[in-house]
Design a protein around this ligand. Structure first.
Ligand code: DON
Length: 305
């Protein structure tokens, strides 16, 4: 089907502007709490790097947990299947920062997209490269073509100042020998990764390798076809925390959200999307973001189902 995304995005932006319930921005650090829930941007990237955008699609924001997808891909590319000895791939059904399952499950987190799992994946990437956050930043710059992408040092410092729960998760997993680096080193790497500032356009492009079955923007391969399928599957089942079932039901695409209000999504073999609006629902997903992706798959019929 020949489809240009520009009118689709215009229609979605118009519908989202009329959305009465926008949710509330994350309030655990001041840098996120001041965001206006009425802000909205959305971008779609074709496999060849053509980007369509609407609203504030070029506005940088705090990417937060969206970067967990890229860290997972970078770690999986280097370590392969043994990565799954350290982290599972089942939905948790619990909030993203929950501690409870870890003790029953001997320090092996349920999946790479809850905080505990992302800490383990970052730990593995840092053990293999000595610079997990640097490797992530280089990758995002290369795939987006935006050499100015960077960490927000104030956000990283604020995360550190309010990081007791992540520190608890990391220490607890270290007690099960599931963390290789010193916990303070791991937390520094993890908070830097959460603090990356990027726009919808940047993230839609950076996600492209998942729609191209593992192939990067320059034509080289990051993941095998099978690994790209695996990452997409884990996004579908675990990418929106304890709302993954509802997200799959409404949107029907692999997706990953962050508490900055962004959600990335993949239509394998076709395109990638990023939507941003800082108002969150009670499970930490952008209210307008989920609604916009729901509209996108309904209007275009593009879904994995
Ligand atoms: O780790 C944290 O608590 C924050 N940086 C939140 C990250 C996020 O978006 C939700 N995580 N899964």
């Amino acid at each position: 089907m020949l489809l240009t995304f520009a009118p689709v995005l215009d229609r979605i932006a118009e519908e989202i502007a009329g959305l009465a319930e926008r949710g509330r921005p994350a309030d655990y650090i001041p840098a996120l709490a001041s965001a206006d829930p009425n802000r909205f941007g959305m971008a779609v990237a074709e496999l060849d790097g053509t980007v369509y955008g609407v609203g504030e699609w070029q506005q940088p924001f705090s990417t937060q947990s969206v970067t967990k997808v890229f860290t997972l891909a970078l770690a999986l590319a280097r370590k392969g299947d043994p990565l799954w000895d350290h982290v599972g791939r089942e939905p948790s059904g619990n909030p993203f920062n929950s501690l409870v399952q870890l003790e029953y499950e001997n320090g092996i987190p349920r999946n790479p997209f809850i905080n505990a799992g992302a800490l383990v994946v970052t730990d593995q990437l840092h053990r293999m490269t000595g610079d997990a956050s640097g490797v992530l930043l280089d990758f995002l710059r290369a795939e987006s073509g935006n050499a100015d992408l960077d960490f927000d040092r104030d956000v990283a410092a604020s995360e550190t100042a309010h990081g007791d729960r992540n520190a608890a998760l990391a220490h607890f997993m270290a007690s099960y020998d599931n963390i290789a680096n010193p916990v303070p080193t791991l937390l520094r790497e993890y908070f830097r990764q959460c603090s990356v500032e990027a726009s919808c356009g940047d993230l839609a492009l950076a996600t492209g390798f998942l729609a191209r079955h593992g192939i990067r923007a320059d034509g080289s391969r990051l993941l095998t076809r099978s690994q790209a399928k695996q990452v997409n599957a884990v996004m579908l089942t675990c990418g929106t925390y304890d709302a993954a079932g509802d997200f799959a039901y409404r949107v029907g695409l692999p997706g990953k959200s962050g508490v900055g209000g962004a959600i990335i999504a993949v239509v394998p073999g076709r395109c990638t999307l990023c939507v941003w609006s800082p108002g969150l629902d009670e499970r930490g997903n952008s209210v307008a973001g989920v609604a916009a992706l729901d509209r996108f798959t309904t209007i275009t019929g593009l879904s994995v189902f």
